[in-house]
Design a protein around this ligand. Structure first.
Ligand code: ADP
Length: 172
């Protein structure tokens, strides 16, 4: 049994993440979506909201479950008995970041491997920050994320008011 952890901020989850999770679920026995509670960037959604959206979005895939986490990714891997960390690659800048993270994680835990999936061509440009920015400017994001997430995103932006959205919140 090979269990893989797919960690991320998922602020919010979009079709780029979903595609990687679905493809990974065809390769591994179980995927644990691990929603990181305090990344070094400002977030729009709370950890609970991000976890709920990931759950609602992927609930039809019985091989996928969702948890929240704080602390080191390799520690969570040990807690849930995952041997693999899944990540997605879009552009070269992702590669540099993921390469360094993979080496650091490997220094901490030699028995845990990182597997990176190359994004689907149509999702190359897609990031949570791009989606948030377009939605905050009333652009059409319906092709970028599921209806339920789009609806929650619009509600969230409305509740915050146009002017409170900082550049930091939009950064990936
Ligand atoms: P983090 O805050 O850990 O970078 P994200 O939620 O932004 O987390 O993304 C989680 C993972 O999903 C990362 O490995 C990221 O590269 C990957 N990812 C994000 N967007 C896409 C996309 N459009 N296609 C493929 N992978 C993606």
């Amino acid at each position: 049994m090979v269990r893989a952890l797919f960690p991320g901020s998922f602020d919010p989850i979009h079709y780029g993440h979903i595609d990687i999770a679905e493809r990974a679920s065809r390769l591994f026995d179980e995927i644990v979506m691990a929603v990181y509670d305090r990344p070094l960037k400002s977030l729009l959604f709370s950890p609970e909201e991000r976890i709920d959206l990931v759950k609602e979005t992927l609930s039809n895939n019985k091989k996928i479950r969702v948890i929240g986490y704080s602390g080191l990714t390799v520690d969570v891997c040990r807690q849930v008995d995952a041997q693999v960390i899944i990540r997605g690659l879009r552009v070269f800048s992702d590669f540099e970041f993921e390469f360094r993270m993979a080496l650091a994680n490997h220094r901490l835990a030699q028995d845990i491997e990182m597997v990176a999936f190359i994004t689907a061509e149509e999702h190359t440009f897609l990031s949570s920050s791009t989606v948030k920015e377009i939605a905050s400017l009333n652009g059409d994001v319906s092709s970028m994320l599921p209806d339920i997430v789009e609806q929650k995103l619009k509600e969230k932006l409305k509740s915050m008011g146009e002017h409170t959205l900082s550049a930091n919140t939009l950064r990936d």
